[in-house]
Design a protein around this ligand. Structure first.
Ligand code: AMP
Ligand code: GLY
Length: 423
């Protein structure tokens, strides 16, 4: 099978690494890719925003299957354009990608199909949103409706903070994404991520993970795209997984099909495990980054036929086997992230991969033969172990073997899970 992978982050490096191990693969291309992905794929400079160019590349190179990593191309309709040309693609249609592209859309799906989530209202102007906040009181959550790179959510502990967040949205802090605002009840509990494949009519549950969104040790400081993650999530007991499938994922799949928007691809459900059980915080329509890295370290099965089955309506014919050993990843970021940071700082060396330990590239480039850091989140030191504590020790051993002066990381990834193990 000839495969084109779209994307350039740590998630896509993990996907490339795993797909490259498939006996079914004949050639792997990546657009645009990164130097880590280049170990497994031929990098091609097709402009992903130009759907006609992607289609032309696929036709010229007899591509059998396109795997889309990030959400933006899905929301922009790349999967629809490819499917219209008869090219198999992993990832939902633009209509189904609204589950990530519009928070209001998802909340309406939850209301319509009785999916547990925080009570909410949608607003297109500040005065009405503010009146609702004053009526509800704090804590309360303010969300820009559209894609805001993970920055459009304010968990407001006071009414004043909520009112300021409403002003930010309507004054354009998140561009068009903030033209509509969702005000949502605050949910109290432990967060977890759940990943489940869908082909529109059949579901294949994958695995669970927990991430660390805050930049600082002890889960302090501003939110980021994620500073580390581990899988499985201890809070996701078999009972919680069953309830999540029955109460959240299955009604979403059935509801989307009923509305004429069957969902194919991966449901990435952000959950709050409250006293009442799992409630939906949000959906993403692609793998998490860096959650994908820990998931794929634990996947024993061949990934390629599983993704292909999701794309071609044959998910009932595949299974996924997982290692019970936990995996943990530590994100190395450029000093200053998530604020401003220096670009093109040299990375002198990265440790070589060994069984159950690998550094994925997330924001790197090769300039005149020198590996440099180009992004905020740059490397993902990922390892497995018999326990989370073992995986954590192995991941930090990798971190300590990276030679990059401008990098930093959190030193406590996985702390809750390690505390649980030693309790
Ligand atoms: P989101 O981008 O929707 O995942 O929100 C970012 C983060 O805000 C989540 O990971 C939660 O930590 C927090 N959050 C979002 N919605 C709620 C809610 N209704 N109650 C409590 N925390 C929330
Ligand atoms: N790590 C969170 C995300 O991928 O959205």
């Amino acid at each position: 099978m000839k495969v084109l992978l779209i994307g350039s982050g740590g998630r896509e490096h993990a996907l490339a690494w795993k797909i490259a191990q498939s006996p079914l693969l004949t050639s792997l291309y990546a657009a645009p890719g990164n130097p880590g992905i280049a170990e497994h794929a031929e990098l091609v400079s097709v402009n992903v925003e130009d759907h006609a160019a992607v289609i032309a590349f696929c036709k010229e190179n007899d591509i059998d299957f396109v795997v889309v990593g990030p959400e933006a191309p899905l929301v922009a309709g790349l999967a629809d354009a490819l499917r219209a040309e008869g090219i198999a693609v992993f990832g939902p249609s633009a209509a189904a990608a609204q589950l990530e592209g519009s928070k209001g859309f998802t909340k309406d799906i939850c209301a319509r199909f009785n999916i547990p989530t925080g009570a909410y209202q949608r607003f297109n102007n500040a005065p009405k949103a503010k009146a609702y906040v004053r009526e509800q009181g704090a804590p309360i959550v303010i969300k820009a409706d559209g894609l805001a790179a993970g920055k459009g959510v304010t968990v407001a502990m006071t009414v004043e903070e909520a009112l300021a967040a409403i002003d930010d949205c309507f004054e354009g802090a998140f561009g068009d994404a903030g033209a509509e605002v969702v005000v949502e009840a605050y949910l109290d509990g432990e967060e977890a991520s759940f990943f489940c494949l869908s082909d529109g009519k059949t579901l294949l549950p994958l695995a669970t993970a927990q991430d660390h969104k805050r930049v600082g040790d002890g889960d302090t400081g501003p939110n980021t795209g994620g500073m580390g993650a581990y899988s499985p999530a201890p809070v996701m007991t078999p009972d919680m997984v069953e309830r999540t499938m029955k109460d959240i994922i299955e009604p979403t799949m059935r509801g989307m099909a009923e509305l004429g928007m069957p969902f194919s691809g991966v449901f990435f459900a952000g959950l709050m495990i409250t006293a009442k059980g799992p409630e939906l915080i949000e959906y993403n329509v692609r793998f998490g980054d860096p959650e994908c890295q820990v998931l794929l370290m634990r996947l024993k099965s061949d990934l390629l036929p599983i993704l292909f089955a999701s794309a071609t309506g044959t998910l009932d014919q595949v299974t996924a086997d997982w290692s019970n050993d936990p995996a943990l990843t530590v994100v190395l970021a450029s000093k200053g992230y998530p604020g401003s940071y220096a670009k093109n700082t040299p990375i002198a060396s990265i440790p070589v991969a060994s069984d159950g330990a690998k550094v994925f590239h997330a924001g790197t480039a090769s300039k005149d033969g020198q590996l440099v850091a180009t992004g905020g989140r740059v490397l993902n030191a990922t390892a497995t172990g018999r326990t989370v504590a073992d995986a954590q020790a192995a991941a930090y051993a990798l971190v300590d073997a990276v030679s990059w002066d401008n990098g930093f990381c959190r030193r406590d990834i996985g702390w809750q899970a390690v505390a649980r193990e030693t309790a």
